[in-house]
Design a protein around this ligand. Structure first.
Ligand SMILES: Nc1ncnc2c1ncn2[C@@H]1O[C@H](COP(=O)(O)OP(=O)(O)OP(=O)(O)O)[C@@H](O)[C@H]1O
Length: 332
């Protein structure tokens, strides 16, 4: 379990994280989402004791991470896949970590097999692709067989097969009862991977709930209804204030997409007018749409980034080099 309470981090004038409070539970994959600069990496670094909070606390299993001896047995993390000594082999890199944490040598071979790098164990990490480095970072996180795992943008650089593999790995780790926290800017990725979402914007908590509850908050929610009398039903629904789109005919019936009325109300109106229904299904807004709506107020930097000729919206290069190297310079 990870517990974050009133966590705040200021860098001079910049408040990177502002009074964050949330709990990450075992047995679930929790997605940690937010626009660029929302404070995800800073939060993960504070949870791992790499950045010192200005105020508030973060604990893993009830204690600050730095108070755990042989830390890799308690929590494993992939923060920055590029942050590896390029002159070492994959096996040597992992063996150095294992030795420092009192872990047996056999774990090196086990985790290399787990991530599919056993064939390149003796190769220098300097020649690895970004995807291979991500796999190596995941191997390092798994080395101590820890109950708590944190991954910062783990799918960057992975090919489609790698993405599928990593999704399956996270689901398995959660099914084993571990606490799994995964940061991402890819909404679609979280839709397939996470059970819960912690969403932040400008360092503040926006949502902490199940994926389904989060998606249901978007205004793009609609109702799909199939009926042999689509024209008549459409007229009734429009009269009641709905917007109706006639999509297609299917198995002798018309399919309507209705927005602005709940599925319950659509069913009631059809019943009152004695219009038969073959199908009535509420559809939540897409996660992406709900996310864009809910974070809009916390992400006005998108516009300024565009004006400045910088990158707007979601990060797609897997790095925020300035902030990360800056955070490293803090020397904690
Ligand atoms: N060492 C630092 N010195 C000054 N400001 C920093 C430092 N580290 C981070 N920041 C600032 O804190 C804010 C949060 O940055 P952080 O990297 O945690 O966000 P993020 O959600 O991980 O973003 P991204 O997805 O772009 O990596 C940003 O405004 C960033 O510029």
């Amino acid at each position: 379990m990870i517990e974050v309470k009133g966590l705040t981090k200021r860098y001079g004038e910049v408040t990177a994280v502002n009074g964050l409070t949330f709990t990450v539970r075992p047995g679930l994959v929790t997605g940690f989402l937010g626009p660029n600069g929302a404070g995800k990496s800073t939060t993960l670094r504070m949870i791992l004791g790499l950045n010192r909070p200005t105020s508030g606390s973060a604990t893993i299993g009830g204690r600050p991470f730095v108070r755990h001896r042989a830390g890799l047995r308690h929590a494993g993390a992939l923060l920055d896949a590029g942050d590896v000594h390029g002159g070492r082999s994959a096996a040597a890199h992992l063996w150095a970590l294992a030795r420092g944490n009192g872990l047996p040598r056999r774990r090196v071979g086990e985790v290399l097999r787990e991530v599919g790098l056993e064939g390149v164990a003796r190769r220098r990490v300097g020649g690895f692709s970004l995807g291979m480095r991500q796999r190596l970072g995941i191997a390092a996180a798994l080395l101590g067989d820890p109950p708590v795992l944190l991954f910062d943008e783990p799918v960057n650089g992975l090919d489609p097969e790698g993405v599928r593999w990593v999704r399956g790995l996270f689901r398995r780790l959660a099914a084993e009862g571990r606490t799994v926290l995964v940061s991402s800017h890819l909404m679609s990725e979280m839709e397939h991977t996470a059970d819960r979402l912690v969403v932040i914007g400008r360092g503040e908590l926006i949502a902490d709930e199940s994926v389904a509850d989060f998606a249901a908050r978007g205004t793009g929610a609609s109702v799909t209804v199939r009926t042999p009398d689509p024209a008549e039903l459409a007229a009734v629904l429009v009269e009641a204030g709905a917007r109706v789109r006639h999509d297609r005919a299917s198995a002798g019936a018309g399919v309507l997409t209705v927005t602005g009325l709940s599925a319950d109300r659509v069913g009631e109106l059809a019943f009152e007018r004695r219009i038969p229904l073959y199908e009535l299904a509420p559809r939540a807004a897409s996660l992406e749409q709900a996310f864009m709506e809910l974070t809009a107020a916390h992400a006005d930097h998108r516009t300024s980034a565009l004006k400045a000729g910088g990158q707007a919206g979601w990060r797609d290069d897997g790095s925020s080099a300035a902030s990360r190297s800056g955070a490293r310079k803090e020397g904690v």
